[in-house]
Design a protein around this ligand. Structure first.
Ligand code: ADP
Ligand code: MG
Length: 491
């Protein structure tokens, strides 16, 4: 990246530059040329090439075969010159000469295979899953999630340290590793980063990362196709099992049972198991035997980051997106976005969009405008949202908020709730979500029906009436609904 050494080369007035310096300059030029060409072309035409000399602004490039000469002049002269000039603005011309002695002479030319190794992509773009073996599916680990781009602060120090320890010694002291905390605080990031780190240390390890939802679907599929034995056997070959959001195992007895057996088998073999949930083990609505397994290893929480950590996260993310933001802007976002990191990132992404689409550098003012729009309270149209501290608790919930709050409270997934399943455990949460949608968002029965897999509006109407009636004489239900309403900030 740095062009410092090549500019010192410029300082040399005459062609009294050593072969080493020529090679260094050629390597830097090739590093700029390589990304512009197809790999096969680059390897074919730049193999055994070198800078053979330099006379003022003229750079003499040696080619190993006469047939290369024409091709280079025709196709690569311009990009080579541009690359060279980016490194050294005094270069004005590239001239070619053939030197058959260059062939396979590592002393003089640049070894392309050594300097431009093939980047083996583990991630297959556009494919969210990999089939590890028949019956086992893993989500692809997102290479963006790494332990060293996770910003550590008081809110997540223990969790991060535990992940680091697991990465170096999977199946060791911290087994299972159980991370818990609210939405958007970095659990999935840590889980995947730990998977990535284990793979880096042990490239041949089989790491399976799965969401609870996917695991459940796999169990259901194995049962359906009568391949349960196969499913079990295969899962036991895994070196590390990472399972995200286990609160969604609630009410899924059969999946809990399968997970319990898989867990035991892996644990006995000292294979690492990493789990996340939105709450500590003892608060999970799961079988006791599973909870006691979770409590055996290391338990660490991630909580909401403080101001300094938020600012550090923002700085890190801005760097990742190559966005140079004013410190005042970053501080403003960090000050006013307190709920979770996902929200923090959301605002930053809006800033990126602003920059990319309108070529406008985000300012405190434009960010404030973005935040005002995102926090807009649809029931207070006339109100000018000025202070965000005040706007946040008052923000009217969206329907997604309703679904998520109900989903968290009853430990059923949003997908299940809005889907077509008629499992008893899902019925009540679904009806409550409909009731809340009607009451607080004033959504029409038809619209609500659409949100729940295109159910008929009369179904929604019945559900809402049922909840209203039940709340009159079921104090337990009343308490539950109140708790969700409180969480939504509507009472
Ligand atoms: P959770 O699984 O707890 O809901 P995620 O892991 O999906 O949260 O985190 C949401 C986003 O915030 C992700 O993009 C993640 O990279 C980012 N994030 C959260 N905490 C941190 C942190 N401490 N440092 C860097 N990025 C973070
Ligand atoms: Mg997550």
């Amino acid at each position: 990246m740095s062009s410092a050494s090549s500019s010192s080369l410029v300082a040399a007035p005459a062609p009294v530059v050593s072969g080493i310096d020529h090679r260094d300059l050629w390597l830097k030029i090739l590093q700029k040329v390589e990304p512009k060409l197809q790999r096969s072309q680059f390897l074919t035409w730049f193999k055994d090439t070198a800078i053979l000399g330099r006379e003022g602004g003229k750079v003499v490039v040696g080619l190993p075969l006469p047939m290369c000469l024409h091709w280079h002049m025709e196709h690569y002269c311009a990009i080579t010159l541009t690359a060279a000039q980016e490194l050294d603005s005094t270069i004005t011309q590239i001239v070619y000469t053939v030197d058959v002695g260059l062939k396979d002479n590592r002393e003089r030319s640049v070894d392309l295979i050594e300097h431009f190794p093939e980047q083996r992509k583990r991630k297959l773009p556009g494919k969210p899953e990999v089939k590890m073996a028949e019956g086992i599916v893993s989500k692809i680990l997102n290479p963006r999630y790494m332990l060293d781009n996770f910003v550590v602060g008081g809110s997540n120090r223990l969790a991060h340290a535990a992940c680091m320890a697991v990465a170096t010694q999977p199946g060791g002291k911290y087994n299972p590793l159980f991370l818990y905390g609210g939405v958007g605080l970095g659990k999935t990031h840590l889980l995947q980063a730990t998977g990535n780190a284990i793979l880096k240390n042990m490239p041949r390890a089989t790491i399976v990362y799965t969401t609870t939802e996917d695991f459940t679907n796999q169990v259901i599929e194995a049962i359906r196709s009568q391949k349960m034995e196969q499913f079990r056997r295969r899962y036991r070959l895994v070196d590390a099992l990472i399972i995200d959001d286990v609160q969604f195992l609630a009410n899924k007895e059969r999946t809990q049972e399968e997970f319990f057996h898989t867990f035991n088998a892996l644990y006995e073999e000292h294979k690492q198991v990493i789990i996340s949930a939105d709450r500590p083990p003892q608060e999970l609505q799961l079988e006791d035997r599973l909870i006691s397994r979770f409590e055996r290893g290391m338990i660490a929480d991630v909580s909401a980051p403080d101001y300094e950590t938020r600012l550090a996260i923002l700085t890190e993310k801005a760097k990742e997106y190559e966005l140079l933001l004013d410190m005042a802007v970053l501080q403003f976002i960090a000050e006013h976005t307190t709920r979770n990191v996902r929200e923090l990132e959301g605002i930053l992404m809006q800033a990126v969009a602003l920059y990319e689409l309108e070529q406008r550098m985000p300012t405190v003012r434009s960010i404030a405008e973005i935040m005002r729009k995102l926090n807009k309270d649809p029931h207070a149209e006339e109100e000018q949202g000025v202070g965000f501290e005040a706007a946040q608790p008052k923000r009217a919930p969206t329907f997604q908020d309703v679904l998520e709050a109900v989903s968290r409270y009853y430990s059923v997934s949003v997908q299940d709730m809005t889907g077509s399943s008629r499992v008893r455990e899902i019925l009540l949460p679904r009806q409550i979500a409909m009731f809340l949608g009607k009451k607080y968002l004033r959504m029409s029965f038809v619209r609500l029906g659409e949100m729940f897999s295109n159910r008929d509006h009369t179904t929604v109407m019945n559900a809402v009436e049922k909840i209203e009636a039940k709340m009159q004489n079921d104090p337990q239900l009343l308490r539950e609904v109140r708790a969700i309403e409180r969480e939504l900030g509507v009472v």
